[in-house]
Design a protein around this ligand. Sequence first.
Ligand SMILES: [Zn+2]
Length: 296
Amino acid sequence: MLHKLSFHVEPAAAAVPGETEPLSVAVHPLVNGQRLDPSGRYFFDVGLVLALRAHNAAPVDFFTCSCGVAGCIGIYEPSELRATADTVSWLIPTGKHGVELVRLPGAGPLLQFTFDRSEYELVLDDLVRQLERVSSSHGGRGVDIWACSEGDGSLPSLGARIAEERERAVAFYDREAWRRQVFGDLLFSELEFTHPNGYIGCLPLENLAYMLSSADHFHLSETAMAHIESVIVPSFRMGIERVTEMARTLAWTAFVHQAFRSERSPVGHALGHLKSAPEWPAVSFALVSDSRTFAP
Ligand SMILES: [Zn+2]
């Protein structure tokens, strides 16, 4: 059964002559005519929804804190936007670390709203027009619908801003999808090393893959992606010996520079000057699941 999506745009405060900064406009989603967050506890990230349109995106936060950080308001279980040729679905966890929303009849702990795709896109187009009308009824002032917006008054038109956000969001979520597809369970694996002095450090296998491909973590080239996909990850799957062998092709200083301190590292043990040793020390290796601690 398909759901019906609509939006309620909260009327902006009355125009004050001389004001020029963008109008803060709250937009609330309604499913089958019911507002999902009637208490207004969360910030609905309509900017992201408009930017993504019908594009797969996970993890994503439809509802978040007004600062844009979902964890800030107790949301640690991310949602997902799933698009097919005919439908667009929002999957929103509502458990302890999820989003507290109104329960629609028959809904379980994971809310799944599925909308007809062409209807969904029409509803978004209509919302953009509605926001543009808000803007023109306030003397052409911009509308601010973004979490953590700079609000500097120099926003480009709403359409231009959405297009800009779309480019950024699509690149980000395509990369996320690639990471999950290529690394899979390896995303939670790390190469742990124990230094002869007792210090235990670790390097996520994903980071090791980027180092081995000499790739810029943030701007992976297609060549680097293909190399990671067809050579590095299949080698990692051969086990600890192969992973160790590959890690050792890197310089110790480069490797240790990217590594984290493990939670299991005994207090008082540090690498200090040992980080700049010219050769690999006699470290022992193990593959573990995520155990890093970040320096305070
Ligand atoms: Zn916050």
